[in-house]
Ligand binder design. Structure first.
Ligand code: CP
Length: 305
């Protein structure tokens, strides 16, 4: 792999390569090793046009743990504010001997466009409403770590599907690995035609959750909504929020996932987010292993670690 842009274009074997390498990376992390030399002669740059806590920080931690030279561009203080284009920014980073650029951008397809026009490897840290591949990989990793496989599992993804790159990446990745994915959202927050990607769709959150092995809540992305897509936060919470009652309809061993950041009392209630069967913090921890694996594969291929 030269780039990691989305799970839509990945083969099952590519996904499995990242997941199995992440198992090895997690073993290293569990030994509390915070310095390896896997990326000792590599330069990694984060280029985030949108806010992030988890993705940016865990990529930074992964790159530092592996000994890379790491730089972060603060877009608000960069020459982007003087009108520099994405390609010119990318070419500048090429000229600065960058090996990997991790980009988050509000425009769907921006990482793909960058990848076509520069020499460095590009990792998509989230593009508009399109994909967030490392988030889905860490979600999938977390489920497999608990359940051994995704084959035959019923996964309910509930919430603002329309604006969610996490939902799209998970749909591509989970269905490729054999899960049955149901998406639940009000009509106003369900993208047209998403069922063609292999999802079952419903407006009934209770029906989606009933008997599910995994329930993932999605953040209500108010910043991407024009207006009028939901009546009110409290009504939305009643109809689509993950409450004790609603997740009680799922399988008794259900795993609760959420990509974060969490809006308590909107798409998920605090008691569900903090329950023993919530894997929200494990997801964050696993994000470092997945991002270490992705950085390794893009820079060193399938060589042994
Ligand atoms: N899940 C996720 O992408 O979180 P951040 O926006 O904090 O990176």
């Amino acid at each position: 792999m030269k780039h990691l842009l989305g799970l839509r274009e990945l083969e099952v074997s590519d996904i499995e390569s990242v997941l199995s390498l992440a198992v090895e990376m997690k073993k290293i992390l569990k030994q509390n090793v915070k310095k390896t030399n896997h990326l000792s002669n590599k330069s990694v740059v984060t280029l985030f046009y949108e806010n992030s806590t988890r993705t940016k920080t865990s990529f930074e931690i992964a790159a530092k743990f592996m000994g890379a030279s790491l730089s972060g561009i603060s877009v608000a203080q960069s020459s982007v504010q003087k009108g520099e284009t994405l390609i010119d920014t990318g070419k500048t980073l090429d000229a600065l001997c960058t090996d990997v650029i991790i980009i988050r951008h509000n425009v769907s397809g921006a990482p793909h466009f960058l990848a076509k026009n520069i020499n460095a490897s590009v990792i998509n840290g989230g593009d508009g409403m399109n994909e967030h591949p490392t988030q889905a990989l860490l979600d999938i990793f977390t489920i497999i770590e608990e359940r051994g496989s995704l084959k035959g599992l019923n996964v309910a993804i509930v919430g603002d599907v329309k604006h969610s790159r996490v939902a799209r990446s998970n749909l591509w990745g989970m269905t490729k690995l054999g899960a049955k994915v149901t998406l639940a959202a009000p009509d106003t927050l369900m993208p047209e035609g998403i069922e063609r990607a292999g999802a079952r769709i419903t407006t009934d959150a209770d029906a989606a959750v009933r008997g599910a092995d995994v329930v993932m809540g999605l953040r209500l992305q108010l910043e991407r909504m024009k207006s009028g897509l939901i009546p009110s936060i409290s009504e939305y919470n009643e109809m689509y929020g993950l409450s004790k009652r609603r997740v009680g309809l799922a399988d008794k061993d259900v795993m609760i996932l959420h990509p974060g950041p969490v809006n308590r009392g909107a798409e998920i209630n605090g008691d569900v987010a903090d329950a023993d069967n919530s894997f929200i913090e494990r997801q964050v921890t696993n994000g470092v292993a997945i991002r270490m694996a992705a950085l390794f594969l893009l820079t060193r291929g399938n060589n042994p670690i």
